[in-house]
Design a protein around this ligand. Structure first.
Ligand code: NAD
Length: 392
């Protein structure tokens, strides 16, 4: 790329920072900060999740918005990339406070949202209920607009299979990679960091296919199966539903949260936050494969270290794209007012995930470079071509 092209792709289209005042249950007024970054819309409306976390800041949202541009381009769905968030601790807010925060945030950024402008979805700290409030707040001013947000409850036009889509996509990519390596998911020893929407679904789907989930961690701590054996994942998921954390699960041993990343295993699945594999710790990773379910879990330095150690990294923009692919299906169903069967969602998801996987692995083998490098170059090329056709 020349300098002009590089700047064209690097600079976000629009960045918004808003004040989000919320009346708390005790009567006090709390001021939160909200962000929406629309990185690139050359290939279609902006698309990306809304995150509620104490770590949300401009730089994080900007980086995650850019990742969405490459992800939607790589899997070739007609969207651009965006991300948003509010700096808050959702676990400390009551349901009423969360609703007021979501409605106020939506009202502050409503002018840049819309089914043909920018379509939010769930991310860390948000869920289908938060999407329902966004839909209601947006529709109350603009008229009934189910396609203005994805990851909604089914009752409001959500897609069957959306809640499991990211996890299912991760398992599809991992299954295909193992098949290429002459193995199956049966008996695979897997460690998962993060047991939220994505991590828990990956654990349950992998366990269904005979993999052993040997250890799991969340923000509060980590647990491992007794004597290196797999955890009873369904019981663990019930425990997390009841208590909010994997910590204290009776049928397991407590282990150190950071040590989780360095356990010997076949596959490590980071499914929590960014930069957890970095130059300080990547040399201690003992997994053979890393399946990036989280966005940006590996820093560039760590990526190079892992490549030198011949650890295969299944990159985020490929591996966790199932969520945005089914979000696209949800948007299509909303625009056409025609719901799909879950079997159709699953079949179409599989077709798109595996087609992309084949393209990426074929080129990577041909050119002798990493999967991430090919995934990024395919995506960048598609966005650049769209920019050029538009006359940039
Ligand atoms: P979530 O809020 O449902 O769950 C996050 C999990 O990570 C929780 O178990 C939390 O305790 C844990 N966690 C957070 N910070 C941690 C830390 N520092 N150390 C250890 N554990 C930590 O979020 P989610 O929707 O499952 O998203 C997880 C990751 O997947 C994020 O990177 C997100 O951007 C990415 N992602 C999500 C989707 C989706 O459809 N939800 C799609 C693509 C990518």
């Amino acid at each position: 790329m020349d300098e002009h092209e590089r700047r064209l792709l690097k600079e976000p289209f629009r960045e918004i920072k808003v004040k989000v005042p919320v009346r708390m249950d005790d009567g006090s007024l709390e001021i939160f900060q909200g962000f929406r970054v629309q990185h690139n819309g050359a290939r279609g409306p902006f698309k990306g999740g809304i995150r509620y976390s104490l770590h949300v800041n401009e730089a994080e949202v900007r980086a995650l918005a850019e990742v969405m541009t490459w992800k939607t381009a790589l899997v070739n769905i007609p969207f651009g990339g965006a991300k948003g968030g509010v700096t808050c601790d959702p676990l400390q807010l009551s349901k009423g406070e969360l609703e007021r925060l979501t409605r106020k945030f939506t009202a502050q950024i409503r002018h840049v949202l819309g089914p043909m402008r920018d379509i939010p979805a769930p991310d860390m700290g948000t869920n289908s209920q938060v999407m329902a409030w966004i839909l209601d707040e947006y529709s109350s001013r603009q008229g009934y607009s189910p396609a203005c947000v994805t990851g909604k409850p089914i009752e409001l036009g959500g897609s069957l299979g959306r809640d499991r889509a990211t996890g299912r996509g991760v398992v599809m990519i991992l299954g295909e990679h193992m098949r290429d390596a002459g193995r199956s998911l049966q008996g695979l020893r897997v460690v998962i960091q993060g047991f939220g929407n994505v991590g828990s679904k990956v654990a349950l789907l992998l366990a269904d296919q005979g993999a052993e989930i040997v250890a799991v961690g969340d923000i509060f701590g980590a647990v491992a199966g007794h004597d290196g054996r797999g955890l009873p994942v369904r019981e663990l998921a019930d425990h997390v539903k009841r208590t909010g954390s994997v910590v204290g699960f009776a049928d397991a041993e407590a282990i150190d949260n950071e040590a989780l990343l360095f356990l010997e295993c076949d596959v490590l699945v980071p499914a929590a936050s960014e930069c957890v594999l970095n130059e300080e710790n990547a040399d201690r990773v003992r997994a053979k494969v890393i399946a990036e379910a989280a966005n940006l879990p590996t820093t560039p330095d760590a990526d190079a270290m892992l490549a030198r150690k011949r650890i295969t990294v299944l990159p985020d923009i490929l591996t966790n794209a199932g969520g945005v692919i089914v979000s696209y299906f949800e948007w299509v169903q909303n625009l056409q007012q025609k719901p799909w069967e879950e079997s159709t969602v699953r079949k179409e998801l599989q077709r798109r995930m595996l087609e992309t996987y084949r393209d990426v692995t074929h080129l990577a083998a041909h050119q002798g470079v990493t999967l991430r490098r090919i995934a990024y170059s395919l995506a960048v090329e598609r966005v650049l071509r769209a920019e050029e056709k538009r006359g940039a």
